[in-house]
Write a protein of this length. Sequence first.
Length: 408
Amino acid sequence: MTPSLDTLAARILGGGRLVAEEALHLYRHAPTLWLGRMADAVRRRKHPDGVVTYIIDRNVNYTNVCVARCNFCAFYRTVGHADGYVLGFDEIYRKIDQTIALGGNQLLLQGGHNPDLPIAWYEDLFRGVKARYPDFKLHALSPPEVLHIARTSRLSVPDVLQRLIAAGLDSVPGGGAEILVDRVRKLLNCYSKASADEWLGVMRDAHRAGLRTTATMMYGTVETDQERLEHLLRLRALQDETGGFTAFITWSYQPEHTERGGSEATGVDYLRTLAIARLVLDNFDNLQASWVTQGGKVGQLSLAFGANDMGSVMIEENVVRAAGAAYCMDELEIVRNIEDAGFTASRRTMHYDRLGTPVFREREVPRLLELATARDAGDTSIPAELANYPARSAASKRQRATPPSPVA
């Protein structure tokens, strides 16, 4: 028999842990405002100073070429597709320059599973970044990307991580988790890129290697509410084991332009999911608000449903934009949302070390009214440095065998 709401409230407020059946009962039946009050109480216990943090970084997708073909993704292009791209190192350096100019300190670097990018490409890029920007951080390569590199390089995941760390990798983002239940992953066509155990295994190896990582959940496709809870519980168990996660981020599936289609979950569903995550993930200090999929006002409301962090200014975004979401908030607007909700805003690092007051209050910073994209429309240029790495795909081999068109 499930305990009453009063009994569960007393346990939550006292710092006790919910078991699976209790969490599922609350997710299904507790009033939304009750969940919000409980999540807010946990947030206040963990962060009593009333500070809400955010980070200034740039979300760079270095390639959209991907062999995984997840049916919920509108971003990827197949190998050889005319719209496929790989960013050149100089393009990435320019994006870092722009990020630093806006007060940023980190690159969130993720991309498709491109068979023509060997591990040496990543090592050379990371070393190039660190040579030019020694203090700039690389929050890079989700677990499925690490697994893809391991497979194509015929190396173990720990070996790949050690090589990438030696080249300059600072931390690992939690992308590619979707729902950590293999029934769901098979229906989403993402099981082959990483099973639930494989995703968790990469994170375990990353934590053992001394890296801190984030964790994510994309909900609203084919999963049941019970499977959403299973996802959270698996994250909680790994955090009990390693303590390596710094934060959790959840967002709703964006259906536009995807093979799967369907409809997006409601804002209320998002707030309930965020709140139950705060109650279940009792060993996670930080929960981020997903304003990039929910918009600024629901992002602001997230601060009353368990979130203590407004995530990233982002500067650039390509993946959810491809699926129809195009929200943008620069530092000024993020800070305004935080302060209008009654909190104090503070910049932070990926490790949640606080960096102080907003940059725009220290110096003049240009407004960011629209998120940048990976490349300008129509730019099909091929980076010169790709010639330094052997082509693996048939399409890339054909492309390199074709002489360039003469310049008029």
